[in-house]
Structure formats: C-alpha cells, structure tokens
Ligand binder design. Structure first.
Ligand code: DGJ
Length: 740
C-alpha cells in the first residue's frame, strides 16, 4: 500500500506491494474518518462548513469510543478567523488563512482565492481517498491516506487537478499538514553541513514558525526532511509522547512547524514553495510527494524504532523473499578505494587493494572516482563515461574478473547528473546544463548540473548507465552528487513553465532509478551526495544504502550515527573504517575503536590496506567475521541509544535486539575518562525478561566476577558491568548476548 502511494510518484514504476488489511472506517452520521493501526488512531472529519478537519492523532482509542464530529474552531477575536484556527487537513490559501496553506494557486484571471471543501470519498484497501474541491472553481484535490498496521505510520499525499478551462499556476503545494493541540512541546530536527551532517537539534516550540528546508534542488546536508515533536519541555529517549514525520522527496523541500497565536501546532510539508511555480493546463494534475507521520508513547527511541521497522518493511528495495515478508538484504561488507587512492586509480593499484580486501573477508570491492574519461582530478571528465585507457588499458574486465576470482562482487562509482565543462559531453551539449541563457554558469567543484528534467538528458543518463551495467558484471553503483543547483533555468520551456524543473528533475531521477532496477534487478545502489546530502524516504525506495557523511573520523561518526538513527535505519547507514590519524580532525584512534564505531551500522573498509601491518589485518579480519555473525541484529533490530555521545559525554553506548529477542548486541565507547570514573553500569533494554542470555565479548571484557549467563530480567534490571580497566581515551568494547 505504501508502495502504491509511492507508485503515483513514479514515472516508471516497478512491481508494487499492497497491504491486505484495511483499518479505515467512516461514520456516515458524524462524517468522521478514522484510521487505526498498531497503537495509533488518526481521525478527521467534515465540519459544518464542509472543511476537512483533523480531530485526533495519538494513542489508539477503543473501537467503541466515538470521535466527536468536527466543528469549526472558535474565533478568539476578529483577528483569528476560524478558517485559520481550524486544523484543516489540507487548507487552500483563501478566506483569510494566516497559517501556512497546503495549497496556493493563481488563476488565469488573477483570482488567488482557493477554499477547499469536502466533495466525496472512497475507502480503499489501505485507507482513504478524499476528494476536495474549491467552493466555486473546478480545482480538485485528492488526498490519499494509508496506515501501516504494524507501526501505525500514516502515509499521506495529495493530487491537485485542474478541471477549469484555463491554466492555473500552483505556487505552493504540500503533501500534507499535521496538527497537534495547544500544549508544551519540544521540536527535534536534523541539521548539518558537509562532513558535519546529522546534528540532532532540540528546542522548545515557541510561537511563530520554524522552517526546515532545502532550496538547493536536492535534499541537502544542511537540514533533513524529518521531524519529531515530543510532548513536554524535555526530550526523552525512553518515555513520553512523540509525533514524528518524514517527507519522501529528494528535490527542494520544506517542512514548517508553526505554533499559532492560540498555541496550536501545525506541521506542513511538501515541495519547497520558494521559486516554485507549476502550471497546470486544463485536465493536468500534479502529485505531491508522500509525507509519513507516526506516533509513539515510548519517547524518541520508540519513535525511531517504529520508523526503522517501517523503512525496512515498506520503503527500502527488497531482496529476500516476496511480498510483505520480504526484507532488504543486509549490506555486504564493502571495501571502497576513495580514501586510499582518491583519483589515482589503476588496474594494478586496485588489484593490490582487492587482494588485501579479500584477505580480510570483505564481500564487495568498490572502485570510487577516477576510472573514466580524462579524470585525473576534479577538473575534468564528468559526463564522459568511458573507461580511461591510460589507467585501464584493457577496460574494466581484468579488474572485475580478479575481484570475482577473489570471491567478492564488484561495485563502481558514478556521478550521473553532473558534467565538467572540460568534458566531451559539455563541448557537444553546452545547453544540457541548468542555466539561464546569457547569465554566468556558476561552477562548484568545477562542475555544472545536467538538467535531468530534459528528456534528452534523461535518455543520455539512462542510456550510458544501462550500457555500463550491460557490458560489465557490476553488482553495485555508488551514485554520487557533489554540488547543489544554481541558475536553475530550463529554457526549452516557455518562461511561465520553466519552474517545473523543481518537480520534473527529481521525477526523472526516480524514473531512471526505477528503470535501471527493472533492467538490472540484481544491481544495488548507494545514494551519496558528498556524504549525506541526499538521504530521504524518496531516494530510499531505490537506494539500498546511503553514504551518511564524508567524515569518517570514528568519534565524529558516533555523533553522526546517533543523529542519523533518529530518522533512518542502521541497515542503510554505511560506515567505513579509514586510516588513523584521521585526515579531518588529525585524531589518532586504535583500529579496534574504528572498527567498533563502524560496526554499529553497515560496515565497510576505506583505508589504504596495502599499508596495514599483519596485526592490523588480523584484527580487522577477526572483527569482520564477528560482525557477520551479528549483523542482522545490529542493522535490522530494535535500536536503543543507551547513552548518547552528544553534549560532550564521556561515554556512549547503543544496544540492538533482534526481532525474536534471541540476540542482542551492545557497543560501548569512551571518549576520555575523567577522575578515574569507570564506565557506568548498562541497564539493557528490550530483552525478554524470562529468557536466559549468555554474554560473549566481541571486544573487551566484563568486570571480574560478573555472571556471563543470566535472565533478560537480570540484564535489564541489574545491568551489564564492564571491566574496571575499561578506561582511557577513545576506548571501545562490544558484547553479544545470545539466548541459551
Ligand atoms: C564524494 C563522496 O562522498 C566520496 O566518498 C567520494 O566518492 C568522492 N565524492 C569522489 O569524488
């Protein structure tokens, strides 16, 4: 069902899976719509004026409880029209709306008033389709609702259709608006920059509007389309009510969180209205992205566990099994050449790395940037996707054959949406880039952005990738994207329609990815944008994994991984072990520390392993083997962030528990101990109290005299005591608990 919602976004959709069970009810007498799944009820109704109004979103209520019929909100003063204070599900800008509208349009005759009222509805196998219509004109909006019975996460999207005789211009279009009643709340969101993504930012909600957005054409490092609002003034990991959401869109996006003048909260998200203008001719329609929203009464930890399960079950490409039971394949342990060789790739050099990687027990060898065109550095070559003859005189085949002979599969780096002005492609097609004719073309990293919204550019990109994958035995593409947009012109279209680029570019990207998956179903993809610049639930329908950050410093990564996992599952969180001292912070750390930091996600190696000592090789080999044994628990289990590394914490710890509670894995890290304080006792979570678990060290020791076998109740109530010598700077330990 969620895949069906997504399908509406796809130009080229693949096979879609639906939920069988409907949890949608409509009460004709009260005109209340009700969605129920897991521990969640979501209800809305048609009020006396005909507006669609949110009535309840929270913990599940009894079936017998009736949700009172909708009535327009009270007008506090003449300055607070009830059109503004009514929590509308999808408000048109008109009739004196002062909060963010879901939809704002301009008609051909200059009229800009849009008031959407309930028109009709349909109960679907997944939820509802509700049709709204302007009170005068033939502008229709179909709202789609679906609820996941396992997590209670609701997926919402909107399709706007123009049935007028003249074109209309959409200036603002959300996927959905969510509402919460007046109370004290804390907002959580993710901010960052290149090599500094995934900072969890927490603040008390105040009157006014907080804007999270990207105007950059793609998701962006600076903010991520996710939010979580917790009841009360203090964020809590383990308890309390949390409402959270994530927008499935990889283009310019915006989520606003408003506390209105009567203290009620409204969250509105969708296409970024900045520089937006989508012309709908008569009969045309525009589909919004999907905005997912969920609820947990187990704090921020409970919220992220629901989101992780939802992503694994309904968003990520599936590889193992069929239908609802299918699961994404745990990521192969990869080796990536970037930090070892940068652009200096060659057949001999890559084979040397591949031999060492195979000796470590790596599953996949990935050659990064530098293999194509005249690519010696970042000044040339992007766009020319032929193998560089000087570096690979016999093509890629000898390297790929060698990698296969070493029992690994082969992956390759590409950056398909970009072009260097110093390339054959740009010399031939200078008009293919985003630009305003007669204006400068601003370069970043010496490159320009191809206008993927153009059909010829889309065909070129699909064509070369299809050829590359057809002619070479490639299991994996790392799809990179190393700059944001500037001068976003699309001069093929009439001036009034050029802003469609904000939608069509991203749609064509999804279309290419869907078509590649169809033509090459075994090929897996990583979404990378100079690290974590394109991570969202839109791209994750196609990408099996993401590169969270170019910052591979293992201590920084602890904080980034902490932030990342509020929104995204560790299944997709690639984490390479690189060399020490780290290039960024010049910090030296042990190989054990680096390995354990990366083992919290999907493990990779990105160091120059030709220089590793025998001892380092042995350590990495041992820990890769240990990781393979617990990987599914770590990346697909329930994650508990026991101690956060944020805010200068001396210590940090995480724990994951697999679905049937037969295995758990604990990671513990010390930044630097002070005044001789030892590691705090770790009270574990999520185990089965009655099951007996045996603790086995992966790295490190328990305190002398500690039991190694005890009940889940013991580990959760008494806790795990780490060795008293577990002290110092940048220390790490890990343990597994297995059901006896
Ligand atoms: C940015 C990526 O994040 C890096 O991992 C690497 O692939 C470089 N691009 C290559 O240019």
């Amino acid at each position: 069902m969620f895949r069906n919602i997504f399908s509406s976004l796809l130009v080229l959709s693949t096979s879609l899976v639906g939920f069988s069970q409907s949890a949608a009810r409509f009460d004709e007498a009260t005109k209340v719509f009700r969605l129920e799944g897991a521990n969640v009820t979501y209800a809305f109704g048609v009020n006396a004026r005909g507006e669609l109004q949110q009535l309840y979103w929270g913990g599940r209520i009894a079936t017998a409880d009736s949700v009172p019929a909708a009535i327009p909100a009270r007008e506090w003063a003449s300055f607070d029209s009830s059109y503004t204070t009514t929590a509308q599900e999808y408000a048109g800008w008109g009739a004196g709306l002062f909060v963010e509208p879901a939809l704002k349009v301009t008609f051909q005759d200059g009229n800009r008033d849009l008031v959407l009222h309930y028109d009709s509805h349909q109960i679907t196998s997944e939820g509802f389709k509700i049709v709204l219509k302007d009170i005068k004109r033939k502008v229709f909006v179909t709202l789609q609702y679906a609820i996941d019975p396992q997590t209670g996460i609701v997926g919402r999207s909107a399709t706007i259709e123009n049935r007028e005789a003249e074109p209309i211009t959409i200036e603002q279009a959300a996927a959905a608006a969510w509402a919460l009643p007046a109370a004290h709340y804390t907002l959580n969101y993710l901010t960052g920059r290149w090599a500094g993504e995934w900072t969890l930012t927490q603040e008390k909600l105040q009157p006014g509007e907080r804007v999270m957005e990207s105007r950059r054409g793609s998701t962006g490092h600076q903010a991520n389309p996710w939010f979580a609002i917790q009841a009360g003034d203090n964020p809590d990991e383990n308890s309390g009510e949390v409402w959270f959401g994530a927008l499935a869109w990889s283009g310019s996006w915006r989520i606003t969180v408003e506390q209105d003048q009567l203290d009620a909260i409204r969250v509105t998200g969708g296409f970024n209205p900045f520089d937006f203008g989508y012309v709908l001719k008569p009969g045309q329609s525009l589909e919004s992205p999907v905005f997912y929203g969920g609820y947990s009464d187990h704090g921020l930890g409970g919220a992220s566990r629901l989101l992780h399960h939802f992503e694994i079950a309904h968003v990520l490409p599936r590889r193992i099994g069929e239908g609802e039971a299918a699961a994404p394949k745990p990521r192969p342990v990869i080796y990536n050449s970037w930090e070892a060789t940068e652009f200096r790739v060659s057949e001999v050099g890559q084979i040397a790395l591949a031999e060492r990687a195979a000796a470590l027990g790596v599953d996949r060898f990935v050659m990064d940037d530098g293999w194509f065109g005249q690519r010696k550095d970042d000044h040339a070559g992007l766009g020319d996707w032929y193998v560089n003859q000087q570096k690979f005189p016999h093509g890629l085949k000898p390297l790929i054959d060698k990698v296969h002979a070493l029992k690994m599969d082969f992956g390759l780096w590409v950056e398909p949406e970009m072009v260097n002005p110093d390339s054959d492609l740009y010399r031939k097609h200078p008009d293919w880039v985003l630009n305003f004719p007669g204006r400068p073309r601003s370069e970043q990293r010496n490159q320009l952005v191809l206008n993927l919204a153009r059909a010829d550019v889309r065909d070129y990109v699909l064509g070369f990738l299809d050829k590359l994958l057809s002619e070479n035995d490639i299991a994996f593409l790392k799809w990179d994207y190393n700059r944001n947009w500037s001068e976003p012109g699309w001069d093929q279209l009439p001036p009034a329609e050029q802003k469609k680029v904000y939608v069509e570019f991203t749609r064509n990207l999804y279309g290419i990815l869907a078509e590649l998956k169809k033509r090459h179903p075994k090929v897996e993809l990583e979404s990378c944008s100079g690290g974590g610049g394109r991570v969202d639930l839109g791209i994750l329908q196609y990408a099996d994994e993401v590169w969270p950050s170019d910052n591979t410093d293992p201590f920084d990564r602890l904080m980034q991984q902490d932030g990342f996992t509020y929104a995204y599952t560790p299944q997709v969180m690639m984490a390479w072990v690189t060399d020490s001292p780290h290039w960024g912070n010049k910090r030296s750390t042990s190989l054990q520390y680096r390995m354990l930091s990366s083992m919290q996600g999907s493990l990779g190696i990105g160091a120059d392993i030709t220089k590793w000592t025998d001892e380092e090789m042995a350590t990495a080999k041992r820990l890769i083997a240990a990781y393979h044994q617990v990987q599914v628990t770590v990346v697909q289990g329930d994650l508990y962030r026991l101690i956060s590394p944020r805010n200068g914490s001396e210590f940090s710890a995480t724990q994951t528990v697999n679905r049937d509670k037969s295995q758990s894995v604990v990671f513990a890290f010390i930044h630097s101990t002070n005044e001789g304080r030892g590691f705090p006792r770790l009270k574990l979570k999520g185990l089965d109290a009655k099951t007996t678990y045996m603790v086995t060290p992966i790295e490190g020791e328990l305190v002398h005299g500690s039991p190694t076998t005890a009940s889940g109740a013991w580990w959760m109530n008494h806790g795990l005591d780490l060795d008293e010598n577990f002290r110092g700077d940048f220390q790490a330990a890990a343990f597994r608990l297995d059901k006896k």
